[in-house]
Design a protein around this ligand. Structure first.
Ligand SMILES: O=c1ccn([C@@H]2O[C@H](COP(=O)(O)O)[C@@H](O)[C@H]2O)c(=O)[nH]1
Length: 271
């Protein structure tokens, strides 16, 4: 999917919501546990109930890898279901990969080619040759960790390197990499005060913004400083939506939560 197609979906749906599919078997409704594939059954019900309210889904691969081969199969079924039934929806494999070049190439092939995600999250720590293999895929996107939502972001990311904060170095340097037009960046919703500075360096790039909902990030603050003329934001909420209820009505409850965020977004988009 191109960024132009993504922006068109945002305008059509009045939404820049990304729903995180972080499935924890200890949190899903107990009645699903008797199903052959409880993770996929949960995801399918959430997708069926919420697809009209969001423009992206983001399974975090940790929640699938934790269940071994069965978990990986559930991830594969989930992305196939999305690509078959909702090809207009942007998909993100939140896998946070990155390694020496030939290894990165295999990670890129796994997520962007074999599984068929539109994008994958990548850690910038190993530098240019660890990220460029991900950027070679046409109309696919590499979402580079820039300033993360957690407290530990202050351990390294905001520390000065050659007189400039590391996260700013990541943003600036990555712009010079081959096929950098395929880059997007992760910036946590809990770091709203930093968005204005970030937009000075990457005014046009899409930002994936986790941290609204369970982590307490503020949607209005994020939009005030992070939105650009083409919107340029995908705001994610995972637990705050998918675990709204663990009764039989869990999918409707998730849709209610998603709708609350979508309606807030619609107001912001139309002002
Ligand atoms: O900086 C980051 C990068 C990734 N994440 C991931 O996003 C979701 C957030 O889940 P919530 O339940 O809405 O808190 C989760 O998959 C994280 O691993 C992040 O939170 N911050």
């Amino acid at each position: 999917m191109t960024t132009q197609q993504l922006t068109a979906q945002i305008k059509k749906k009045n939404s820049f919501l990304c729903i995180g599919l972080d499935v924890d078997l200890t949190k899903i409704p107990p009645h699903l546990l008797t199903q052959e594939d409880p993770i996929f059954a949960f995801n399918k019900a959430i997708i069926d109930a919420t697809h009209h309210l969001c423009v992206a889904y983001k399974p975090n691969t940790a929640f699938y890898e934790a269940y071994g081969l069965k978990g990986w199969k559930s991830l594969e079924k989930t992305i196939q279901y999305l690509n078959t039934n909702h090809p207009e929806i942007f998909t993100i494999a939140d896998a946070k990969r990155g390694d020496i070049g030939n290894t990165s190439r295999m990670y890129a092939k796994a997520f962007l080619e074999d599984l068929g995600f539109d994008s994958v999250t990548v850690a910038p720590y190993m530098g240019k040759d660890s990220v460029e293999p991900f950027l070679e895929f046409k109309d696919k996107h590499t979402i580079l960790l820039a300033l993360t939502s957690n407290e530990g972001a202050f351990d390294f990311q905001t520390k000065a390197v050659d007189g400039r904060e590391l996260y700013k170095q990541v943003l600036e340097t990555s712009k010079s990499w081959k096929n950098s037009e395929n880059l997007m960046y992760v910036v946590g919703a809990t770091k709203a005060a930093y968005f204005a500075d970030i937009r000075k360096i990457i005014p046009n790039s899409f930002l994936l913004v986790p941290g609204v909902g369970a982590q307490g990030g503020d949607l209005k603050e994020v939009c005030k400083y992070g939105m650009n003329a083409a919107v340029g934001l995908l705001v994610n909420s995972s637990r705050g939506i998918i675990y709204a209820s663990n009764d039989e009505n869990f999918a409707e409850a998730a849709a209610e939560k998603a709708k609350e965020l979508q309606q807030e977004m619609a107001v912001i988009l139309n002002n």
